[in-house]
Design a protein around this ligand. Sequence first.
Ligand SMILES: *[C@@H]1O[C@H](CO)[C@@H](O)[C@H](O)[C@H]1NC(C)=O
Ligand SMILES: *[C@@H]1O[C@H](CO)[C@@H](O)[C@H](O)[C@H]1NC(C)=O
Ligand SMILES: *[C@@H]1O[C@H](CO)[C@@H](O)[C@H](O)[C@H]1NC(C)=O
Ligand SMILES: *[C@@H]1O[C@H](CO)[C@@H](O)[C@H](O)[C@H]1NC(C)=O
Ligand SMILES: *[C@@H]1O[C@H](CO)[C@@H](O)[C@H](O)[C@H]1NC(C)=O
Ligand SMILES: *[C@@H]1O[C@H](CO)[C@@H](O)[C@H](O)[C@H]1NC(C)=O
Ligand SMILES: *[C@@H]1O[C@H](CO)[C@@H](O)[C@H](O)[C@H]1NC(C)=O
Length: 677
Amino acid sequence: MALRSFVLQLLVTLLTVRAVTVYNQEPIAHVQTLSAQSVAATASGTSAAPLASHTGYKAYDPMTLTPPELPDPRPATQFNVQLQNSASNVQGLSIFQSGAFFGFSIETSVINQVLGKNSSHIQVPFLNLISLVAQRAGRFHIRIGGNTQETARYVDSTPDGRMIEKQGVDPNNPTATPALVYTIEMFYLLANISSLVNVKWYLGIPLNDTSDLRLEIAEYGQAIIGDNLIGLQVGNEPDLYQRHAKRPDGYNAQSYFDEFGQVIKAMESNPKINRVNYLIGPSIAHADWTPDQVWETNFVPAYSQYLSAVTVENYPSDNCAAIYAGVGTLKVPQNEYYKYLSHDAPNSGKAMIQKFLSSSAYVQTQGKPFMMFETNTASCGGLPGISNSFGAGLWALDYGLQMAYSNFSHALLHIGGQDVYYNPCTPPPTGQSTFHEWTIGPIMYSILAVSEALGSSNQSQVIDLFANGDNPYTPGYAIYERGTLARVALFNYMTDQTGLSDYTASISVGGSVLNQPNGTPTSVKVKYLRAKSVADHFNITWAGQTFGGIFESDGRLKGEEVIETITCDSTNNTCQIKVPAPGFALVFLTDAALQESSPKPPVTFATTAQTRTINTATVDTEVLATSNGHSGRSRQKGSTSKGSSSDAMGISSVVPSLTVLMSLLGGVLVLVKAFSR
Ligand SMILES: *[C@@H]1O[C@H](CO)[C@@H](O)[C@H](O)[C@H]1NC(C)=O
Ligand SMILES: *[C@@H]1O[C@H](CO)[C@@H](O)[C@H](O)[C@H]1NC(C)=O
Ligand SMILES: *[C@@H]1O[C@H](CO)[C@@H](O)[C@H](O)[C@H]1NC(C)=O
Ligand SMILES: *[C@@H]1O[C@H](CO)[C@@H](O)[C@H](O)[C@H]1NC(C)=O
Ligand SMILES: *[C@@H]1O[C@H](CO)[C@@H](O)[C@H](O)[C@H]1NC(C)=O
Ligand SMILES: *[C@@H]1O[C@H](CO)[C@@H](O)[C@H](O)[C@H]1NC(C)=O
Ligand SMILES: *[C@@H]1O[C@H](CO)[C@@H](O)[C@H](O)[C@H]1NC(C)=O
């Protein structure tokens, strides 16, 4: 396979070139098969690999960490949260936010897996999943891009009729990325998705060579996706261009500024483009330039009429040493874990966005939205046991609300295919969709919870409560909507099965202390995000419902929704909210706030796929359930790798599971938008 030899080539050259820091989010297919461990495993022919040397796709790695020790001293387990009912009495509230705060950033090279093969083969589980968010938030934002956007090229058709394809690279160029070609199907696919679920898209203009701008992405994007295309990114992490040899030495913020101007000129003089006012930049990684270096070029005011958002991209950590030899020191996940598990821990959202606070204030004065355009737990695929744990779910949720409080307007969580740990959602590997469903990561629950916390009015304002004496293990936020207190979000980062670290927050609204009329409600409703431990990968519930475990989701929440009613104490005017360790509670202070966040009935999508006749033999469901090998027993080596799944399974034919809305065998697809009432 060309890709595989490319990867080999890349690894070899990386060993020889000068120190290369890689921020690549592009999935590196099967790199793990080259690790010493797995080479040994392959050589010895063992299939019962211990958890620590999981050799399948990272998205299904079962390696589980130990939760960090409980803090000493422990935070108080009972504290008051005194709130004002009216936003006009509160200082420091954020700008107006929307429930579409969190969206996805999807690496272009995997859109055929995540979104669908083409405009008539849309992944139904994906539609179900994003419609959950769109129903709560009003819409959902998705960026298609990443490193592969820079060299992407439009073609009228590909030899085998595929929508996207990777082309070989020059083996003599150590930093070459395989060029991606795409056809017009990509635009139809995105447009079709938007016709089913209210998705707004961001695309990227290839910028590997400003003298050869390939503007089809803007031409067709505008013509086919229309108003649902809300942004065109110009340059992905330009502060890394020089380091990655994409530009000559001396390339700086001013050079980027100039190139941005060239793109505008080219677009304005292109008769097929009539919209140039939705460009996005500078999308720096805060690696080799600071945002201030870009602001000093006058970037924002100079291009104000062209900019729809001002963007940065950032990850609090990286796992590059695990992929590329010689790139830094290998991180030991257990030692990194605590860095994600408190409100101000080193890799917490709060810690990582400190460096952007002055930018968010500046961009606000320029009247532009400030966006975290690509982020997740750690670049280079995430960290095993961390990125795929419930702890990452709490991390993302706190990070999202912290960004909202800090006047970011949106944040896009990256999806990189099967070979990363941090995906909010992962489709089954190619060839396995006939018997496997999707795998939903903890971060997907965070996206849902943030959409509910902020609602669909576009008029939510967020404030960090510095709760419990600003204890980092028990943070909280209040959310005002249309000027009135609507919701309270409470976190407990600790894991303690004894129950001794559960806490109770006593919420009071207004009252004599504040010289305001008492506004404590008579009762409140609470939804919990829960798992037994921060280390758990699955068995996570949001208001009692779950997406299940590996290969178990069709994109819909399963189980009965549980919304707890807490009767408040009308003598003391307090509502006592218990928050388990670990867990997150979203408290709804009014019925209207709850209803807005609990759309009923859910919009779901069903397909019927007529299967190829050769695939009609029946297979014991027990075989299907265990054949992949990630159940930890009787692993069949190579079962999750490339190639025909039936070869890998050692079973000659498979049928789609009848229990689910399986996606899209070769055959006739009927897509039904079902409003089940
Ligand atoms: C979409 O993909 C399917 C499956 O690969 C294929 O059968 C179909 O012809 C494709 N449709 C278009 C319009 O390319
Ligand atoms: C830019 O990308 C295009 C399309 O993949 C490729 O043909 C070209 O050689 C690249 N140019 C540079 C300067 O890398
Ligand atoms: C998707 O787009 C194609 C055009 O490629 C169109 O024929 C088809 O009806 C669309 N399907 C849906 C479900 O919107
Ligand atoms: C967010 O913006 C609002 C309105 O300008 C401001 O009052 C508030 O202090 C800002 N918040 C932060 C954390 O900078
Ligand atoms: C929220 O903002 C979006 C984007 O501007 C807009 O399309 C939508 O209609 C707004 N929703 C409401 C309820 O005003
Ligand atoms: C989830 O919980 C159920 C019941 O407690 C248990 O049987 C199952 O093994 C758990 N699944 C995982 C993936 O931990
Ligand atoms: C109300 O407050 C009083 C005095 O602080 C306390 O003694 C009492 O237990 C409280 N009642 C409840 C139900 O918490």
